[in-house]
Design a protein around this ligand. Structure first.
Ligand code: AMP
Ligand code: MG
Length: 429
């Protein structure tokens, strides 16, 4: 029997097909803004940063010691002709002498090596830490303990490329070449709401049949962690009119609308007809577990006419309501989509989905027609343990997990098998 890869049944999209369709709709948002380097954490660069200088800017010493000419080292004591602390500039090294020098200080002209202070015998009389003469006990090689100008960065080199996510160390690198302001993409504006008559907010008493709206806390904060500006419209009741009103409100000031719940095809699922009425929608059944239903569409921005132009629509992604499904589909689909909107390349946006190959210390004897993303933890032996309840309603598993095992459709796992592991630390980065 022929079988489409990963497709559980006709009409279902494979994970890769869904990803391809979704990401091909993502566009970087327009514009840029300038920010102090100190305030640009987690933003995406809108311009290359090219270094205007060498780093380090000058030859300097890696050690506390003595700068000298290698050719002048002999059994004789040498006079200490100057003292150069970090941040100070010495004079040219007098012939036949050494210079007392401290880590980070500029190498005086004429010197071609530094000898560590531990490899030198001090000859009195000393003034503070600087003796009048020293016996050098080490045959230095030219260049020893000297950090060369431009060794880290050459002037004119691009140190951070457009599309780069700014981590603390990237900001430090920009600062190391004297960049005080960086040009970054504007924040992606995301409006979100959560459908479900059963939802209540923490702080409220739970009525019979109700549950707390945990997705709101996961998704709003996951978006904030990506550096989005989030407009949180809260809970929306399960009616067509309330869902349409919420969509119009959301579209009035958002690049992307994100919702959870109501994307199945039951009578109480109003997202599909509401988005169709306010724009257009593709409903996907993805051959994955958790997270089968996912909706992508476009919602017209009120007052912008009927055009399909990027500035007349807000993108729409509807996630399933089950907490694990919405969290996992957020990490796997929404996050790369947002990264592309933020100005990142598609391959960089998908980088966190690259798997490590690790040993399963568990068995998964029942193959599924759908590609599965199992919640697992790293154990002390370097293998993976499985969370015992893999239900898509069990949020506990996502807090416990160090990552997901990406298990192909129709595949069982025996103890000791090598599996594809997606670390939570990269999925969330
Ligand atoms: P739905 O996708 O609307 O059919 O919801 C699927 C399941 O997820 C149901 O059990 C809902 O009660 C639950 N659910 C939906 N939205 C949320 C939410 N915001 N927080 C927690 N659970 C939810
Ligand atoms: Mg619902």
């Amino acid at each position: 029997m022929s079988q489409l890869p990963n497709a559980a049944r006709p009409g279902m999209l494979s994970f890769d097909e869904a990803m391809e369709r979704l990401l091909s709709a993502a566009r970087p948002i327009m514009g840029s803004e300038s920010l102090p380097t100190m305030d640009a954490l987690h933003r995406v660069l809108a311009e290359d940063i090219v270094s205007g200088l060498n780093v380090p800017p000058m030859d300097n010493t890696q050690m506390d010691g003595y700068a000298l000419r290698v050719s002048e080292v002999s059994a004789k004591a040498l006079p200490v002709s100057q003292r150069i602390p970090a941040g100070h500039v010495g004079g040219a090294l007098e012939p036949g002498s050494v210079a007392r020098i401290f880590t980070g200080a500029m190498i005086p002209s004429g010197a071609d090596a530094v000898v560590m202070q531990e490899q030198v015998e001090q000859i009195s009389p000393a003034q503070g830490d600087t003796p009048a003469f020293v016996m050098v006990k080490h045959q230095a090689k030219p260049g020893e303990w000297i950090r060369r100008a431009g060794e880290d960065i050459r002037a004119g080199t691009c140190i951070l490329k457009l599309g780069r996510l700014l981590s603390p160390q990237a900001l430090g690198l920009a600062a190391s070449v004297g960049v005080a302001e960086v040009v970054v993409k504007p924040k992606v504006k995301v409006a979100c709401f959560f459908t479900g008559d059963e939802l209540a907010m923490p702080g409220e008493a739970l009525k019979p049949g109700a549950i707390y709206n945990s997705n709101r806390f996961v998704l709003v904060n996951a978006l904030r962690a990506l550096g989005c500006e989030v407009r949180d419209l809260g809970i929306v009741p399960d009616t067509l009119s309330a869902t349409r009103d919420a969509l119009r409100d959301a579209a009035s000031d958002a690049d992307l609308i994100l919702t959870s719940g109501g994307v199945s095809v039951g009578e109480e699922d109003h997202v599909k007809p509401a988005v169709e009425a306010e724009g257009e929608l593709d409903m996907w059944q993805i051959a994955m577990k958790p997270g089968k239903p996912l909706a992508y569409g476009k919602v017209r921005i009120p007052g912008q006419g009927d055009s399909q132009a990027e500035n007349s629509i807000a993108h729409f992604i509807g996630l399933p309501g089950n907490p694990v499904s919405s969290f996992v589909t957020f990490l796997l689909f929404v996050k790369p989509f947002v990264r592309i909107m933020q100005g990142m390349s598609k391959s960089d946006a998908l980088n966190p989905l690259r798997a490590l190959h690790l040993r399963a210390d568990f068995a998964w004897p029942k193959a599924d027609k759908r590609r599965e993303f199992l919640r697992v933890c790293l154990n002390a032996q370097g293998g993976l343990d499985l969370f015992e309840n893999q239900s898509s309603a069990v949020l506990t598993s996502t807090v416990w997990a160090d990552g997901l095992v990406d298990n192909p459709a129709m595949q069982t796992i025996a103890k000791g098998d090598m599996v594809r592991f997606l670390p939570m630390s990269s999925l969330q980065q």
